[in-house]
Design a protein around this ligand. Structure first.
Ligand code: SF4
Length: 453
């Protein structure tokens, strides 16, 4: 069925929804949300915070009302091997009088207090909606505080209303570019280690991938931003290559680092067996080292052989089931389509919050005829297409979870709330096990009986 015909109520969004095989025009994406539609996207500030928050020894100070800070407190399940200052949520807690008379004094005092109490090497100051409205000069306050305390105090221009979540990613990348900039006249000594961009060390995923890379002889310079610190981020310009996992959040900084520091970049993904293997190969190939390629193939073979029996078991249980995907970025959606293919599951609906045109083209090539593809959707559309396509499972993030459960279908969290790794070979098994546990849970039989046990 033509997805648009079944949705007369969302005329303004008709170019943001396609059914494979039924329309030829390109999907509209990378635009502002339609006013009045309840977008599943987070705000600009939230986009910036998720990218920067895993920097472990930084103070993350939210200049705004307390709600912005509490809504994003410990927003990712990022793990640390060192400092854990990032797990606090600091806020200037702006109140009515600050809104009337300005919050700059309060911000200055908050920075002074935090420096005295925690001695951080770095403070990020996030602007929120109200700061954009009252016009506090974050740049000036941060500059004065940096001079006073002799540390870096970096403003993040992330007022919630200035765009979509993608604008928040860009604000975070701009803050990171300020942090890693090389003083004028200083020469950069390039090493042979690589940076890993768009990796946030959820449930220790960075450490899993670091182990694979080490086994084939590739050193990690710094990850942006999982388990990173002020000191190792300062070495970011010395990398030989940038690899980018979360393209939505980090492609901008990758292209800037190419231009400014001549560091090439590769888009990779460690989600699912196929993409994990292909990504390690892609990275190793850049070193043009035959011995490294041999070790790479050895690792892929050993890791794949170790998990295939488990994947085959879950596949036998899941063959023929139908999945709906709604995730943040296009790269993750692409990997998930392939991963569901590895489990014998057909993807019947796929959408993203911030996917790019070329990613939607790839998605379109990968899915079967009749699959609904959509950008920046809302709960009403998700519900409509999940029902129409009779999906057994929705994979998404925290905002999609209640919808799936209310509809009585299985759900997988592929966002920052989860506590177990879904990257690499170990992640592929975790994912298969989780899909099996939720899709084949006996609880769904009560739904068939109208909720009566
Ligand atoms: S939309 Fe504005 S007020 Fe709401 S959380 Fe984002 S920055 Fe804070």
């Amino acid at each position: 069925m033509d997805a648009r015909k079944s949705n007369p109520a969302i005329e303004e969004r008709k170019h943001s929804i396609l059914t494979k095989g039924e329309q030829n025009q390109q999907l509209k994406c990378n635009t502002d949300s339609v006013a009045g539609c309840v977008s599943q996207r987070a705000c600009v500030y939230c986009g910036a915070r998720v990218v920067l928050n895993p920097i472990t020894d930084a103070v993350h100070l939210v200049h705004g009302p307390i709600g912005c800070a509490s809504y994003t407190w410990d927003i990712r399940g990022s793990l640390t091997s060192g400092a854990d200052l990032f797990r606090f949520s600091f806020s200037t807690d702006l109140q009515e009088m600050d809104v009337i008379f300005g919050g700059e004094g309060k911000l200055t005092r908050a920075i002074d207090d935090l420096v005295e109490k925690y001695h951080p090497p770095l403070i990020f100051v996030y602007s929120t909606c109200i700061v954009g409205v009252i016009g506090d000069d974050l740049e000036a306050v941060c500059k004065a505080a940096a001079q006073k305390h002799g540390i870096e105090v970096i403003p993040v221009q992330s007022s919630g209303f200035i765009g979509s979540k993608s604008a928040g990613y860009k604000a975070a990348c701009d803050a990171l570019l300020r942090l890693i900039q090389v003083p004028q006249g200083e020469e950069i000594q390039k090493g042979n280690a690589i940076n890993y961009l768009g990796e946030f060390n959820l449930a220790g995923e960075l450490w899993i991938i670091k182990n694979y890379l080490q086994r084939v002889g590739i050193k990690l310079n710094v990850a942006l931003t999982g388990d990173s610190s002020y000191k190792n981020l300062k070495k970011a310009t010395k990398a030989y290559l940038n690899i980018v996992q979360c393209a939505g959040s980090m492609n901008y900084i990758a292209s800037q680092m190419k231009e400014l520091y001549d560091i090439p970049y590769l888009n990779i993904s460690f989600i699912g067996i196929e993409d994990t293997s292909e990504s390690i190969r892609k990275i190793a190939r850049t070193f043009q080292d035959l011995e490294m390629m041999r070790r790479t193939e050895e690792l892929i073979q050993a890791e794949t052989a170790a998990i295939l029996p488990q994947i085959a078991y879950y596949r036998s249980k899941l063959q023929g089931k139908k999945a709906a995907i709604y995730v943040g970025g296009g790269f993750k959606a692409i990997s998930l389509i392939k991963q569901f293919g590895e489990l014998g599951i057909d993807v019947v609906m796929v959408g993203t919050q911030t996917g790019r045109q070329e990613e939607y083209d790839t998605i379109n090539n990968l899915v079967s005829k009749g699959t609904v593809i959509m950008d920046d959707t809302n709960p009403s559309e998700l519900e409509r297409f999940i029902m129409e396509k009779e999906a057994d499972l929705l994979v998404g993030g925290v905002k999609e979870r209640p919808l799936a459960y209310k509809m009585g279908i299985a759900f997988i969290d592929h966002n920052h709330d989860r506590k177990h790794p879904l990257s690499g070979y170990v992640g592929a098994v975790n994912f298969a096990r989780e899909v099996y546990a939720t899709v084949c849970s006996p609880v769904w039989k009560y739904r068939e009986q109208g909720g009566e046990p």
